[in-house]
Design a protein around this ligand. Structure first.
Ligand SMILES: Nc1ncnc2c1ncn2[C@@H]1O[C@H](COP(=O)(O)OP(=O)(O)OP(=O)(O)O)[C@@H](O)[C@H]1O
Length: 239
């Protein structure tokens, strides 16, 4: 199994308060699909922030794509971040850009020429049901429409890792199923996916999805399947 992400005994403390995340250890296999669940305030968004490198841990080790993400020099962060698609809980669309241009951003940053951008962005707009809103600015879109633009932007560059924070929180069940289908397609192309959600209906929709559950900043891991490095077998013998 090739790990794309490894956390070892990771802790995160904001300011001088108690730890928000404690002793978090897991590894994510390349090309796998994970749901991250847990009650409000358990630390899901905080864990995702560590994953998409917007936050450094207070302690522990994080390896991303084989690189030490904690010790990585600041100037190398953008290169690593470009391999990660993020659906933020609050969307974070660029307000002065149209839906089309928001979705096109990762392709433009990746150096794709305008003539090659039109077709994939229009296809993506249609897929998320916004074919007729290409020129709309975010402020003129509903919450659910903004969420769909945010998802389209996160997936269009076929990132190695997709991190999504409550990506279906603002859409109806039919659209949620459609968006999840988009994630599933991306996953089949090799993208490792982590979706934080409260929506238990989503969990049953992806075959072979793995579950991670956070409770008060700790990963509950009754089987040990997610731990990195793996625990030795019960009888202590190598197999
Ligand atoms: N920037 C911050 N500064 C201080 N405390 C923070 C910060 N961000 C989050 N917290 C605290 O960390 C804890 C975990 O928050 P987090 O947003 O990670 O939880 P969550 O599981 O994503 O919650 P929800 O499901 O409600 O989105 C909360 O107690 C929160 O108040």
């Amino acid at each position: 199994m090739t790990s794309i992400v490894q956390f070892e005994n990771v802790g995160l403390r904001y300011g001088t308060g108690a730890e928000t995340l404690s002793d978090v250890s897991f590894s994510l296999a390349r090309g796998s699909f994970y749901f991250l669940t847990g009650p409000s305030g358990a630390g899901k968004t905080s864990l995702l922030k560590l994953l998409y490198l917007s936050q450094r841990p207070s302690r522990g080790l994080i390896r991303l794509f084989g690189e030490d993400a904690v010790m990585l020099p600041r100037k190398r962060l953008p290169g690593l971040r470009r391999r990660i698609g993020v659906v933020f809980q609050d969307f974070r669309l660029v307000p002065h850009l149209s839906a089309f241009d928001n979705i096109a951003l990762p392709l433009r940053i990746g150096g794709m020429e305008d003539k090659d951008i039109q077709a994939p962005v229009n296809e993506m707009l249609s897929w998320v049901g916004l074919g007729d809103r290409a020129s709309a600015r975010p402020a003129t879109l509903s919450g659910g429409e903004q969420q769909r633009v945010a998802i389209a932007r996160a997936v269009i560059g076929r990132p190695d890792l997709l991190v999504a924070d409550e990506p279906t929180g603002n859409v109806d069940p039919d659209m949620a199923a459609r968006l999840l289908h988009l994630f599933e397609g991306l996953n089949k192309l090799g993208t490792t996916i982590v979706v934080a959600t409260h929506d238990i209906h989503l969990l049953s929709r992806i075959q072979n999805a793995n579950m991670m559950r956070l409770d008060r900043g700790r990963l509950s891991d009754p089987t040990g399947a997610l731990r990195y490095p793996p625990r030795p077998p019960e009888d202590g013998q190598n197999r």
